[in-house]
Design a protein around this ligand. Structure first.
Ligand code: HEM
Length: 305
């Protein structure tokens, strides 16, 4: 054994006020680790708890879980960008490409949802999920908060009335996704939306406070001007924006259409939104990095897909 390594291990435990001898002995008796323990395979395969007898419900649960795992990988990369001071364009570009790759996987694999379940089975088992909806994915919202400034997530119709001086509460009430569950004329919210807010609103406020100035868009704008002109970085940012806000959104919309639009008759979604209008990218016009797109690209956002 490399004596330097043994010395370093000794120093590590001494610094913790621990007897290195005991830790070496512990190492001597410890069991070798196996793949199934390390990856927690048994725990993982115990998480698909169906509510019905339909086999395709398992596809639905598993693919949502896969999505949440990838969301987690994305958040972990964004967190590293947010916490790196004086980030280089090289590192920034590499991280955006990693994040994009995860979202590319989500987009290209969405056919598992659209073509991978029997329509009849889906329309039976989904009744047992109501009023739950993917709309209540907190990680998806966090990816948005961590990617751009709050103003870019405000419902298009109210964007002009909100600025940096608006209270967080006011901004929150006008986030684009409120439209999925709120009647703006009465202020009344659906159960799906209020339950989601009860569980996550405080956490979102804490999260957003940090990301207000550390989101990907603010980080980009904080780079030296010459770095902001780096074409590779700009391309990576545009790719990410397009993948999340057009490609994934349209794959999701087409899936909803496949299951919930039967011979031109649209069924009510489990979360109760007016989904035909709500989910289309051309209405939501969600854009993380608006200055990286031309006026024409913004005007035609989501219309050519
Ligand atoms: C058969 C598959 C799916 C259908 C039919 C579907 C349908 C819908 C509908 C209709 C909505 C609007 C809210 C509502 O009224 O419920 C929605 C929202 C949402 N779903 Fe799905 N979904 C599917 C799969 C997924 C998957 C796999 C994910 C991944 C986590 C997901 C994540 C989301 C998210 C994040 C929202 C909110 C989007 C937004 O606010 O723009 N969905 N979904």
């Amino acid at each position: 054994m490399n004596p330097k390594l043994a010395e370093q291990i000794k120093e590590k435990y001494q610094a913790l006020n621990q007897d290195p001898q005991i830790h070496f002995e512990g190492l001597l008796h410890s069991k070798p680790i196996n793949y199934w323990d390390y990856i927690q395979v048994d725990a993982l395969l115990n998480l698909q708890v169906q509510r019905t007898v339909f086999p395709d419900e398992k596809v639905f649960i598993l693919y949502h879980q896969i999505s949440e795992l990838l969301f987690n990988m994305i958040l972990s990369e964004i967190d590293q960008v947010a916490k790196t001071r004086n980030i280089t364009t090289k590192l920034f570009t590499d991280k955006i490409m990693r994040i994009s790759r995860y979202f590319d996987v989500l987009t290209s694999s969405f056919s598992i949802m659209k073509d991978g379940m029997d329509v009849e089975q889906y329309n039976k088992f989904r009744n047992t999920l109501t009023p739950a909806s993917g709309f209540q994915s907190a990680q998806y919202r966090k990816i948005e908060f961590a990617s751009t400034e709050l103003i870019n997530l405000i419902d298009n119709r109210f964007r002009e009335t909100i600025n940096r001086n608006s209270s967080y509460e006011h901004a929150f009430e006008h986030l684009y996704w409120q439209a999925a569950g709120k009647d703006y004329s009465t202020g009344k919210k659906s159960y799906t939306l209020s339950a989601f807010e009860d569980k996550y609103k405080d956490e979102f406020i804490r999260f957003t406070k940090f990301y207000q100035n550390n989101n990907l868009w603010s980080k980009f704008k904080g780079l030296p001007k010459s770095d902001q002109n780096n074409q590779e970085l700009i391309n990576a940012m545009r790719h990410y924006d397009y993948t999340v806000n057009i490609k994934w959104v349209i794959a999701h919309y087409n899936t909803a259409n496949h299951y919930l639009n039967i011979s031109g008759k649209t069924a009510e979604a489990t979360g109760g939104s007016e989904w035909v209008k709500y989910m289309h990218p051309k209405y939501q016009k969600r854009i993380f990095f608006p200055d990286l797109w031309t006026n024409e690209e913004i005007q035609t956002w989501g219309t050519n897909v």
